[in-house]
Design a protein. Structure first.
Length: 438
């Protein structure tokens, strides 16, 4: 029996395997999905995933050590099924359960014995994860969910200290079968850009989300800061009536990097804007906004370091496959990629100009590195690093509605400028360049 879950995973794999520009392909796949959905008698994912308020609520978590064991207990509003396994390098325990609304006090104790910390959040549309980091090898002694008085649920994960060999053997055994590795956080693309849509499509991509908080400073997570910014940008752009705005995520959920890239391509976005606010732990005085484009070689060491960090987002959620999907080379693809790079560069310079006029910029405001999320060959893509959460001054600004308003307006005006003038002239230059080469 093909489960809908399995089917979505299958489609996701097919989508990833799409080697060409193939703009018709996602549409055909989506149509196919609707047929499959009808055959199986299930609603296509357009039926939308449940809103987060309908999820079971996790209200309380306790972690305690006793002897060679560490036990994590979580109270939930109902009994849920959970599945746990260990994973090596980095060493951790992954607990998977149905979508859960985690309302655990940020002050709750997070470490005990060989557990150096744990985090939780949504992983896909219908799954949540708890990731427990291990400072020493351990194995799972017990995973238990039980019904307690009042209809509540209690989840217990008991870990036992182990030898390295024992741990590795368990990790090997537990290596998830391929479907569990290939996450499908994104709902299937509905037929993407509506037919006859004349407006430009802009894809806003708030970084991180769900189980992956991004940079954390005190109790502020990058994922929340960038989501608030993305939503404000969407509102402002939509108010102009000129654009069709799509977001890779508009709530607190995890999305793999591949799915973000694919979302931009499926929507046939004219522009893809990824939003981040990182932290450089060592340097509190590094601050200001930076605009990044993609390049094979980084402009400088800091840009390379940041790209490497952002490229680890999938690993943060316990995804094991983090191989960038390579597009098949070819003259057409090559041309498309070159053109896309030119447009990305033009927009990035526009952004630096407009942002620089209203907010503090980093001393090198325009840089590039090998950011996976910017890898679509046919969608001009940039990444905005709004500021550094590690800088107290930046952190304060990033949380202020006034600063956000200024920065959002600057980005919106860079977008207006890009579509109004630059694209036309660059288009001319690009077609001229092509003619000259012929
Ligand atoms: Zn980030």
């Amino acid at each position: 029996m093909v489960t809908t879950d399995g089917m979505f995973q299958l489609f996701s794999q097919i989508r990833r395997a799409d080697p060409g520009l193939g703009r018709g392909l996602p549409r055909r796949l989506a149509a196919l999905a609707l047929v499959f959905a009808a055959v199986l008698g299930v609603a296509p994912l357009s039926a939308e995933t449940r809103s987060q308020s309908e999820y079971p609520v996790a209200t309380d978590a306790r972690i305690e050590q006793s002897g060679d064991s560490v036990r994590l207990t979580m109270m939930l509003s109902s009994k849920v099924e959970a599945n746990a396994w260990v994973q090596a390098s980095p060493d951790r325990v992954i607990v998977e359960m149905p979508s859960t609304n985690f309302q655990i006090q940020p002050s709750a104790k997070k470490a005990a014995g060989f557990v150096s910390g744990y985090r939780y959040g949504l992983f896909t549309a219908d799954k949540a994860r708890i990731i427990i980091d291990l400072s020493q090898p351990a194995v799972i002694a017990k995973t238990e969910t039980r019904l307690v008085r009042g209809g509540f649920g209690e989840l217990t994960i008991e870990l036992r200290k182990a030898t390295r060999a024992e741990f590795l053997a368990e990790a090997d055994k537990a290596k998830p079968s391929p479907p569990a590795v290939v996450a499908t956080p994104m709902p299937l693309p509905l037929p993407t850009k509506p037919a006859g849509e004349a407006r430009r499509t802009i894809m806003i991509d708030p970084g991180h989300g769900g189980i992956d908080p991004g940079a954390m400073v005190a109790s502020i997570a990058e994922k929340s800061v960038v989501l608030a910014f993305g939503k404000a940008l969407k509102d402002q752009l939509e108010a102009s009536g000129r654009y069709r705005i799509v977001m890779t995520r508009d709530d607190d959920r995890f999305l793999s990097l591949a799915d973000r890239v694919q979302a931009g391509r499926n929507e046939q976005a004219d522009l893809f804007i990824s939003i981040h606010a990182d932290s450089l732990v060592q340097s509190q005085d590094v601050r200001g906004a930076t605009v990044y484009t993609r390049s094979e070689r980084a402009t400088d060491a800091e840009a390379a370091k940041l790209a490497a960090k952002e490229n680890e987002a999938d690993a943060a959620a316990g995804l094991e496959t983090s191989e960038e999907v390579q597009d098949v080379a070819g003259i057409l693809m090559d041309l498309a990629r070159r053109e896309t790079r030119t447009f990305s560069g033009v927009f990035a310079r526009n952004l630096v100009d407009k942002l620089g006029a209203s907010v503090k910029m980093h001393k090198i405001p325009l840089r590039s590195a090998r950011f996976w999320v910017l890898s679509a060959p046919d969608v001009p893509s940039v990444l905005i690093e709004l500021g550094y959460m590690s800088s107290p001054k930046d952190a304060e600004l990033l949380n202020s509605p006034e600063w956000r308003g200024k920065a959002v307006s600057a980005v919106a005006s860079a977008i207006d400028g890009y579509f109004a003038r630059e694209r036309a002239s660059v288009g001319q230059a690009a077609s001229q360049a092509v003619e000259n080469r012929q």
